[in-house]
Design a protein around this ligand. Structure first.
Ligand code: NAD
Ligand code: LMR
Length: 329
């Protein structure tokens, strides 16, 4: 092993996503075979027993990259010195719910965890929120961690980004690896705006390759935006392996950088770019390097895109108002 270990906290570690995520983290999917990983796993007390079973299985994999595993129910202890915190632990929605319905059930989790990260995480910590409603949970954690730079918080829209790439590849008969510059704007919710007007397929403009505005409006956008609900309908439970995979993709991109000529979608604190109200955790196209992100600037936004970007911003404003009222921020 040539590099020092990286401490990665995962909350909700005994849950569905955890069951996929931990094994990928432990096997080196995040930072490759030369970076040892120290897992710090947080659960609520009643789930610790089940988490012990998961740790037994992690042991049984004998992953060369897994340096150590610590479990517990106290965020102050588990977040001690962590370089990366993946906040997954939260209740998933069930059939018929929108993700915003989880605000009061899950929001409170992120006040305590924000404070604990503020007090105990390593100076270089990066925090990725997967637990829903992810954007507003990230806002709650960020607001409760005043000493951590705000750009260290992000919420997961990489799953939507990956879904959008997969749908576009299927429509155009191209490979997912030929698709670049996909963008998800806004909230990880049904109001999100998957935008292919700047995307490219083998270097050609994706919307032009598709050449079918009706497919974009009536098929592609709703399919991507409502994919989470479709999976709940089909599986009887919310997406787990794909969510874990996207959580790793997002963290790896953040820590190791976007490839030349491409970008990723990440929900980060708006600085007012593209007219998005400052302070919202809103998904933008970003480039990353050395653990920092930058919003891609200068993209042309037509009226169709503008309306969709504004609608999803408005939903985030309403979520922010709701958690303000709940006293969470
Ligand atoms: P799950 O119910 O299987 O697991 C959640 C786990 O979190 C449980 O083990 C629970 O005990 C734990 N937990 C609850 N409160 C906690 C706390 N205060 N501290 C630590 N752990 C706590 O759910 P899941 O399927 O793993 O999904 C987790 C979350 O991720 C849900 O909110 C779900 O909606 C969300 N999700 C987000 C995306 C995304 O793209 N952003 C995708 C899929 C799922
Ligand atoms: C998803 O997008 O699959 C998750 O956010 C789960 C959900 O509630 O849709």
């Amino acid at each position: 092993m040539s590099t020092p270990p990286v401490k990665v906290a995962v909350t909700g570690a005994a849950g569905q996503i955890g069951y996929s995520l931990l094994f990928r983290l432990a096997s080196g999917a995040l930072l490759g075979p030369d970076t040892p990983i120290q897992l710090r796993l947080l659960e609520i007390t009643p789930a610790l027993k089940s988490l012990e079973g998961v740790v037994m299985e992690l042991d049984d994999c004998a992953f060369p990259t897994l340096d150590s595993v610590e479990i517990g129910d106290d965020p102050n202890h588990i977040f001690d010195g962590v370089n990366l915190a993946l906040l997954v632990g939260a209740r998933p929605r069930t059939k018929g719910m929108e993700r915003g319905d989880l605000l009061s059930a899950n929001g409170a989790i992120f006040t305590g965890q924000g404070k604990a990260l503020n007090d105990h995480a390593a100076d270089d910590v990066r925090i990725g929120v997967t637990g829903n409603p992810a954007n507003t949970n990230a806002l709650i954690a960020m607001t409760n961690a005043p000493d951590i730079p705000q750009e260290r918080f992000s919420a997961l829209t990489r799953l939507d980004h990956n879904r959008a790439i997969s749908q576009l590849a299927a429509k155009t008969g191209s490979k997912v690896s030929d698709i670049t510059k996909m963008t998800i704007w806004g909230n990880h919710s049904a109001t999100q705006y998957p935008d292919i007007f700047h995307a490219e397929i083998g270097g050609k403009n994706a919307a032009e390759v598709v050449g079918d505005q009706s497919w974009i409006e009536n098929d592609f956008i709703p399919t991507v935006a409502k994919r989470g609900a479709a999976i709940i309908e089909a599986r009887g439970a919310s997406s787990a392996a794909s969510a874990a995979s996207a959580t790793i993709d997002a963290a790896r991109t953040w820590l190791t950088g976007t490839p030349e000529g491409d970008w990723a979608s990440m929900a980060v604190r708006s600085d007012g770019s593209y007219g998005v109200p400052e302070g919202l955790i809103y998904s933008f196209p970003v480039t990353t390097s050395n653990g920092d992100w930058e919003i891609v600037q200068g993209l042309e936004i037509d009226d169709f895109s503008r309306a969709k970007m504004d609608a999803t911003a408005q939903e985030l404003v309403e979520e922010r108002d709701a958690v303000t009222e709940l006293g969470l921020i």
